[in-house]
Ligand binder design. Structure first.
Ligand code: GDD
Ligand code: MG
Length: 349
């Protein structure tokens, strides 16, 4: 089994800590390790595991390599994307690299920016999924939904395959709010965790079947790649010609071979400041305070003061993030919209 760690996202909802130069997967957001390091360490104890393949933007190659080195790990290869084309192409590149050795390994696809509280439960779910994946299924990991989140994929269970695993009857990526509400109320759906397990060849087959254009562009980009030590840099023109699409839309919504294994592992995708606040341990006033912070009669706040003292007085449910060159002050209920600020910033550059 080869872990494929996807670390090419931008994490713009965690601005101003998460930046283009250092997106959230390279930051220690939910503990002392960075999210990439935590992702790599979580694998310890899984059977028959090879060194991971990392897929990231070429700008982040040194951060990615150094962060693994810091924890005594090394990737078997680091695949570099000259531009972001989302997860369907990123996984295709990893599958092409994995198949080069002449074998057809299982790929455990892992976003580099998730938190998992119960690592043993994570490993148990992966272990349960391995047989199904070896048989040709594209295995997803289902999370019990707790709200009508529109930023996730939803999975409806079909017939049972083995104990603790089901065929996927329906996969719907990022439904609108009304649909998400009805899925939640029905009780028939789980969230897609964004982790997958399948044979490299099966992903290539399914991608070729449903999005031959993406597979062709990835084959071209990989064939023209330049190699330098552990780094494999895709051909820039060929990769730029690839469609921008996620694995969820390109493959998971369309394949007939998807299976789901439940994962009850304290999973969070740490997608926003409020998600971080929810999953962390807070003080008696429900505040999550990091750095030099004085809080008086204030509740439910998240503060990161990396540079100087921050004082709170008589406020509720605020997010305050102080960095070298930017300060965010936001209503904790509205932090999904932080990316609006980032978009405005980009347009004004
Ligand atoms: N290498 C690479 N290149 N990685 C990428 C790229 C890219 O162009 N785009 C995103 N990634 C990485 C991100 O860093 C993240 O680790 C992972 O791929 C998933 O991408 P997101 O952009 O975070 O996806 P999402 O959160 O909107 O949706 C996915 O995850 C949800 C759970 O968190 C989907 O799989 C949903 O169905 C799922 O519910
Ligand atoms: Mg995500």
């Amino acid at each position: 089994m080869i872990p494929v760690i996807l670390c090419g996202g931008t994490g713009s909802r965690l601005w101003p800590l998460s930046r283009e130069a250092y997106p959230k997967q390279f930051l220690p957001l939910a503990g002392s390790e960075t999210m990439l390091q935590a992702t790599a360490l979580r694998l310890d104890g899984l059977a028959q595991l090879q060194a991971p393949i990392l897929v990231c933007n070429e700008e982040h190659r040194f951060a990615a390599a150094e962060q693994l080195q810091e924890i005594g790990r090394a990737a078997q290869s680091i695949l570099l994307e000259p531009c972001a084309r989302n997860t369907a192409p990123a996984i295709a590149l990893a599958a092409l690299a994995a198949l080069e050795g002449g074998e057809d390994p299982l790929l455990l696809v892992l976003p580099a920016d998730h938190a998992v509280a119960d690592v043993a439960a994570f490993r148990a779910a992966v272990t349960r999924a391995a047989d199904l994946a070896a048989q040709g299924n594209l295995v997803t990991f289902g999370i019990v939904p707790t709200r009508a989140e529109t930023g996730y994929g939803y999975i409806r269970r079909g017939e049972q395959l083995e104990e603790g695993s089901w065929k996927v009857a329906q996969f719907v990526e990022k439904p609108d709010a009304v649909t998400a509400e009805s899925y939640l109320a029905s009780g028939d759906y789980s969230w897609n965790s964004g982790m997958f397990l399948f044979r490299a060849s099966r992903y290539i087959e399914e991608l070729g079947h449903h999005r031959a254009d993406i597979l062709d562009a990835c084959r071209n980009a990989y064939a023209g790649a330049a190699r330098d030590l552990d780094f494999t840099r895709m051909d820039a023109d060929a990769f730029a010609a690839c469609a921008d699409e996620s694995v969820d839309y390109a493959v998971m919504e369309n394949t007939e071979s998807a299976a789901v294994v439940p994962m009850d592992a304290g999973w969070s995708d740490v997608g926003s400041w409020s998600a971080l606040w929810e999953l962390a341990e807070r003080d008696g006033d429900d505040n999550l305070l990091h750095g030099d912070v004085l809080a008086e009669d204030s509740e439910g706040c998240l503060v990161r003061a990396d540079n100087r003292l921050v004082g709170l007085l008589g406020v509720r449910d605020l997010v305050v993030v102080d960095t070298d060159d930017a300060v965010l002050i936001a209503d904790k209920q509205r932090v999904q919209e932080v990316k609006k600020l980032v978009q405005r910033l980009k347009h004004s550059e």
